[in-house]
Structures are given as structure tokens and as C-alpha cells.
Ligand binder design. Sequence first.
Ligand code: FES
Ligand SMILES: [Fe+2]
Length: 490
Amino acid sequence: MTATENERVTPVSIGTARSSGPSVQDFLAVDSRSVPESLLDHSSASQGATDIPKSRYVDAGFAELENEYLWANTWQMACMEVDLQNPGDHVVYDVANQSLIVTRTKDGAIKAFHNSCLHRGTRLRSDDGRVASFRCPFHGWKWDLDGKLIELPAEWDFPQVWQQPDSCLPEATVATWQGFVFINMADDPQPFATYADKLIDHFDRDFDMAGRHRAFWATKEVPANWKVCMEAFGEGYHVIATHPQILEFTADENSEYSIWPDSPHVTRFINGFGAQSPHLAELSPQQVVDAYMAFSVGSAKGEIPEGMRVDVPADANPRAVVADLFRQAMHARFDADLSDCADTELLDAILYHVFPAFAPWAGVGQSLVYRWRPGSTPDTCFMDVIRLAPNPDSGEIPDPASHQVLTLDQSWHEAEAMGQLADVFQQDMDNLPKVQAGLKSTGKRGVSFGLYQETRMRMHHRMIDAYIDAGLEADDRDAAELDRWRVPAD
Ligand code: FES
Ligand SMILES: [Fe+2]
């Protein structure tokens, strides 16, 4: 019998091997400044070596289980607090056949109502905006901003509803954190504070997002399953083939992936910049710095404009050099004082992830936030990108960027104000329909994730199963309903 891939891996080695080259913790140990304590909080935990069934990405039956038990029972970022500045401001949050109206009430609270008329089910709101009440477009039943039924035409005909205690709009649970509004549709959800405790601990301590405004927000419909899309933004492994133009200054294969077993909803990925990829033959610090500079000024030919080239000693740490250049540029341009900021905060992609699908970057200056939601079939999804930018020193906070929506056929280049980021995003996006199509091939049994670099994805799949199992059990359904898609025990 031929040994399977799993049998060839010695159990003690599962997930313990690492790339050559310095680790992220090695970079942090020689940072030119003191490093935020949160970044030293790193741990990993093997998630086994088994293949993940590919049907989880393409089968409508599995998507239905996810819709019913994953999306209905997890915390998701629905909008930002700036979208709800005044009473009656509201955002319609659609996810997995469900729709919520997230709104500001008259007394300043935030509530999330199920967006479904208690009469015959009509969606009460289709668009974001500001209203004095929620009035159904079909027969005119009306609820106030607290969800209380206040008007019902021909109320004589509905004594079972009018002024009855259960005529309020059903609510989801709401939490706010660092300017974001989260919802959870479960009856009695785990509090967000414990669900996302590692995120809250790290950001509240080291990466406060106050003092920033939303400079960009776009939602794009993507021709791939939500997990395919999300997983494309969760590892540095793809840089070698997808973004080869950044290898000279990107520590890709030696990225760090953190899993904290006591806070399973939160994971982290750190991709170091200003250091070369382990895939390349050794470069001099000068070459690394030159490549970084050329990329950061947007030079397609890798050229650095006159006067911008700096001499880098052969024994210099290119990360420290590049970070210093960044500090100087920020000082000259915005009068910003970043002298205390660690190199890692200025350079690296530090991407947290809150299960199932919210991912904020940590660091100084601009920061990105991602969100994913399933589409109407397993073959599509929606990805949101938000960019938060530091408020200007003038004290005048710019209006939050309005919402741009890109269709399946549009490219990220069509989003206004996305800048250079659109190039990199489009490179990522170009892979996704190919993945989705390839997953339908009968010649490939499962998805063979890396044991370390893709360990968070392994864990997320197991967590999805745990949510579905809990839901099936709560509904008195047979756990075997999940079996054809279940991630096998290792
Ligand atoms: S369906 Fe809403 S009032 Fe009739
Ligand atoms: Fe990428």
C-alpha cells in the first residue's frame, strides 16, 4: 500500500518545522526601538496534517449549514460607529440570507433589528440612510427607532399583534470596539469581550485606533467562495508566485502565524518587510533598501528618483534603515513624530483575524481592515476593504469615506482612492476564480494546507465544524448531516 501524505509525516514533527531565515521574533529582538509587548505574545498549536475536503468550498449543502449555524452564531463587524452618528442613522447588514438594520436610537444606544416585517416578512429597509422610524413599504406597519410597533393600519383587524408584547422587532446582540459595531444573531451569545479577548487586549494596550478616520471603504463581489477569498489574505506563502515583485524586501516564507489556544477566535499573521525573502540568494542591505525604496515610490522599473538613494553600510540592518527613512518622510510630510515607534510597527503587515471573517491590521499610520461574507451561491462572496488614516493635526476630522460597491466584473482599480494597493489586490483577486474552478476538478481530493504557514486555516475549518455541530445538536438534528463535509480527525 502506498503511504498517504499523512502517514509520511512523523507525528512529532507536525507543524514544528520552520522556514530558513530569521523569524519575526528574531526581527523584533533587534528592532531599533522597544517593541509593543503584544507582538512578543506569540504561540502556535498544531492543527494536524489531514487534507481539508474541497467540497466545503463548492457544495450548496455545506454553505447552507454554514448559513444556518456559523453566520447565525458568531460575532461579525456590521458597520462603523461613524455610520451611526445621529438617531435614525442606519446600516443594512446582509449576511448569509439574513439582514439586520443596525441603527442609533434616540437615547444614543446602538441596536440591530432583524430586517423583516412582522406582518408578511417584507424587508423594512433596503438601503443605508437616516429615518425617523422604520415603515414597511408593503402595508405600512411602522416601528420606532427602539423597535416598538407604533402604527398599524386597520389595527382593529390585528388584535393578536397590536399592543402585544411580542410586536417589537426582534434584535440581535450588539457590541462596539475601537469604532466598529459588531453583531451576533445567537439567542444568548458569548460576550464579545471574551470572544475576542486577545484582540481587545492587544489593541487596547498597543494599537489604539482612535485618532483615525475612514479614508476608503469598498465592497467587492468576488467570484470565489468566502473561505477561498479570506484564505488568500491569510498567509505570506503566496508571495513567491503571486507578488514576486516584492521578494527583495519581503520576508515572506518566514512570516509568523499565531494561534492562542485559550483565545481560539483570534489569530495573527505577521509578515516582515525591509528584509529579503529566504527564497532569494543573499542580497546586500543596500540592495534590500533600494528595492524597498523603488517600490514605495511606485517605480515600475525598480528605479529610485534622483536624490532619494541612501548609502547603506554592509553591516546595517536594512529594516532599521528603511524604518528611519519612513520616520523622516512622515516628519517632513505630516510633521509626525514617530521617533518612538518600533521598526516593526512602521514596516510590517500585522494582521489580526477574528473568526469567522473580520481582520484588522495593527500598526502605525494607515491601517487596513478586511471583512468577508458569503455570496448567494458557494461560488461567490463579498470582500470589504476599509482604510483608516490618521487624522490631520489641524484637528478637523475629514468626513468618513462613503461606501463604494464593485460588482463581480469590476476590478479593484475601479475603486476610487485605493491607490497603489489596487495593483496588489488585483494580483490576489486574479487567482481566486482559478481556485474556485480548480476545486471542482474530480482529480483533486482535498486541500493540502501547509502545516505551519496555513495552520490558521486548518483551525478555522475545525471551528466551522464545531459551530455546525453545536447548531445541529441544539436543533436536535443528526450530527451525521455534517459528515460528508467534515474535516477528518487527524
Ligand atoms: S408586509 Fe409589512 S406591513 Fe405588510
Ligand atoms: Fe497577496
